[in-house]
Design a protein around this ligand. Structure first.
Ligand SMILES: [Zn+2]
Length: 358
């Protein structure tokens, strides 16, 4: 490798590191521009770092805006609080063991359990909310949860927030796209052809100029939210001189927020309807057919909140909970088919199987 190639490889690596974010393991990320046609990204849940998981934001141009959503992490049960750590793992903490404490973006819940939240402000909100919930009666906790569910499932607010965030960073993202092409395209081609030559130095000068523009655009678009962006001026200085920071400056603007993130299902209209419906079915199955579920049981709290939401959205029950089509007993949670005679799915912690219609 020549010096130039090594430098380029270092730039690519630094750029990819800049695209990585440590997020709550249960988080969802939407990436896109405009008012619809966004796609969703998930973190690598198998990798647990500091009670969160890494997520790679869309790295390739044209640069996309990002918005974060969070499923319901805390769900009150009769005698305990259920805490969702990953998609497939939850723990229960008895109400009298619950002692929420904030450490930056981490929320410690008892002596061993901790959850990473998207921001310290949100960790503080949850510390206060859970302390409140602890003192309530089971009935009051249910209605407090329903209130939280309603706020986070507001599709209009969620879509508006995502669209606004994409609007706010439009010039930053455009400039970043040009900057990306210039850095990894134009300069590498010029270097390959001419080596260390005035043309390459001139192109590097243009790169620096683009970074100065990015730095100014960054300061302009964060003027109103300056108080929530940590070390804003230092960051602007970094954007002016470090290409990887300049190319991803819009992420800081998009992802630094103190607002409570919506539930991923609130992105109806933003995501493609087919994808949204798939997500709706999955959330429903997991909320409705909890481990140990049997036909005779009443609706769990989360499923109750989802059912209300689906009704409000005009979604029929067979849309979000389609009956099994197979001729064999089927697990309503994971969809696995079993031989006749078997009544529960052991993979799902003993969920009662649905028998085929005769
Ligand atoms: Zn199953």
């Amino acid at each position: 490798m020549t010096d130039g190639q090594t430098l380029l490889a270092v730039f690519v690596l630094l750029y990819l590191i800049e695209c990585l974010r440590l997020v709550p393991s249960t988080a969802w990320m939407a990436s896109g521009t405009g008012k619809s046609g966004w796609s969703s990204l998930r973190p690598w849940m198998r990798l647990q770092i500091g009670s969160g998981s890494p997520l790679l934001l869309s790295p390739l141009p044209p640069m996309q805006a990002h918005a974060l959503a969070l499923p319901w992490v805390f769900v009150p049960d009769h005698d305990s609080l259920r805490v969702r750590l990953t998609d497939s793992m939850s723990v229960r903490i008895a109400w009298d063991q619950l002692a929420p404490r904030v450490e930056e973006t981490l929320l410690h819940l008892d002596t061993v359990t901790r959850v990473r939240l998207p921001s310290q402000a949100l960790a503080e909100i949850w510390q206060q909310r859970l302390t409140e919930w602890r003192g309530l009666t089971p009935e009051q906790r249910r209605s407090a949860f329903h209130k939280h569910a309603r706020t986070t499932l507001d599709t209009q607010a969620a879509n508006k927030a995502a669209t606004a965030t994409s609007q706010l960073t439009r010039s930053l993202r455009r400039c970043a796209t040009i900057h990306f092409m210039w850095c990894f395209g134009v300069i590498s081609v010029l270097y390959q052809r001419y080596g260390d030559s005035p043309a390459v130095f001139a192109a590097a000068g243009v790169l620096l100029l683009l970074q100065f523009i990015q730095s100014w655009l960054f300061l302009r678009s964060t003027r109103k939210s300056a108080f929530i962006i940590p070390h804003r001026r230092w960051r602007a200085l970094g954007i002016a001189f470090l290409p990887q920071l300049a190319m991803r400056a819009f992420d800081v603007v998009n992802l630094t927020t103190e607002a409570e993130p919506p539930h991923p299902l609130a992105w109806r209209g933003l995501l493609d309807e087919k994808r949204w419906l798939q997500n709706a079915r999955q959330f429903w199955r997991e909320a409705r057919y909890v481990p140990g579920w049997s036909q005779s049981e009443s609706l769990p709290l989360e499923a109750e909140a989802l059912k209300k939401f689906f009704r409000h959205e005009g979604l029929a029950e067979e849309d979000y909970d389609p009956p099994a089509a197979g001729k064999q007993p089927t697990c309503p949670r994971c969809g696995a088919e079993f031989q006749s005679g078997i009544t529960t799915c052991s993979d799902c912690g003993g969920v009662e199987l649905q028998q085929p219609a005769v």
